[in-house]
Design a protein around this ligand. Structure first.
Ligand SMILES: NC(=O)c1ccc[n+]([C@@H]2O[C@H](COP(=O)([O-])OP(=O)(O)OC[C@H]3O[C@@H](n4cnc5c(N)ncnc54)[C@H](O)[C@@H]3O)[C@@H](O)[C@H]2O)c1
Length: 272
């Protein structure tokens, strides 16, 4: 059987995870990666044959069946549109893109091309999430009156913690909610089968400015620098979000999302 040829764009924290997971599928072959930073070295480290400096060049030159978009958020839209014009299926990391309008355009382009366009909400595939969904589908849970929970991390607790996620032109206008709140909201919809119809939120930005390192820092690496290695920049995305939802069945949902919650490395809770 001919293998499904996959290219992975963006080989940082999650791109490497995608490659690792794809390796476990016998019918898939990761044939190339694309990354403007050290693509050849990243490909070598991950045992991938070909490396490109640009996603567009990879799409132009490689006969791919599918591409995994593991690049920063602002790049997903253009990359996906080009993939669809090349007849390539797209698995895109969340958040799908940085605006609702572009998300709709991506979805329309995929439908028009007759291609798969999936977004990677990976928490759906945890056994606990499946179990909760199954209990809801079987009727065991009964009616859903209210859902409550949180997604808490602390990797952006310090003013010197930095990532491209703090820059709204790369990350989008929402940060904590788009980055991890999107997982919470997706999981609630997946488990309950209910969509939100109205929403109200309180966002807060605790660090109004942050110290941006003048040299690259890997995501979640906790790398330490000295004071002269930083510049002060204003922050216009939220560290914290408290969100109320009205669900389509008249039920309610509420959550607290924070990337500055000391002591919580990566904790998601969904209580029904
Ligand atoms: N589903 C999840 O649980 C999960 C977890 C982490 C990240 N993500 C998502 O994955 C995406 C990447 O996040 P990350 O944490 O891996 O970031 P990262 O910074 O660790 O990696 C991003 C990679 O993209 C590369 N890159 C930058 N510009 C590029 C370009 N023009 N073309 C190709 N590659 C480029 C960078 O060099 C880097 O290697 C984001 O959209 C993020 O929201 C999802």
């Amino acid at each position: 059987m001919e293998k499904i040829k996959v290219g992975v764009a963006g080989v940082g924290f999650i791109g490497a995870v995608h490659i690792e997971q794809l390796r476990r599928l016998p019918m898939v072959e990761v044939v190339a990666v694309a990354d403007p930073f050290d693509a050849t070295e990243k490909a070598r480290r991950l045992g991938v044959q070909k490396a490109y400096d640009s996603t567009f060049e990879m799409l132009e030159k490689e006969p791919l069946d599918a591409i995994h978009l593991c690049t920063p958020n602002n790049l997903h839209f253009e990359e996906a549109l080009m993939a669809f014009t090349k007849g390539v299926h797209v698995i895109c990391e969340k958040p799908l893109t940085t605006s609702l309008e572009n998300a709709k355009r991506m979805s329309d382009a995929a439908k028009k091309a007759g291609l798969i366009h999936a977004v990677n909400f990976n928490y759906r595939f945890y056994p606990l999430a499946y179990e909760m969904r199954q209990r809801r589908l079987s009727g065991e849970l009964g009616e859903v009156y209210s859902v409550h929970g949180s997604y808490l991390q602390d990797w952006l607790f310090l003013k010197t913690d930095y990532s491209w996620r703090l820059e709204s032109d790369i990350s989008g206008r929402s940060r904590a909610f788009a980055d991890i709140g999107s997982h919470w909201a997706d999981l609630v919809s997946f488990v309950t089968g209910l969509k939100p119809v109205e929403v109200m939120a309180d966002f807060a930005t605790f660090h109004k400015t942050r110290s941006k390192p003048l040299k690259p820092v890997d995501t979640y690496s906790n790398m330490m620098l000295t004071p002269e290695d930083y510049e002060e920049i204003p922050i216009d995305t939220e560290d914290y979000a408290a969100v109320l939802f009205r669900l389509e069945n008249g039920g309610r949902a509420s959550c607290v999302i924070s990337q500055m919650f000391a002591g919580k490395k990566n904790e998601m809770r969904v209580l029904i």
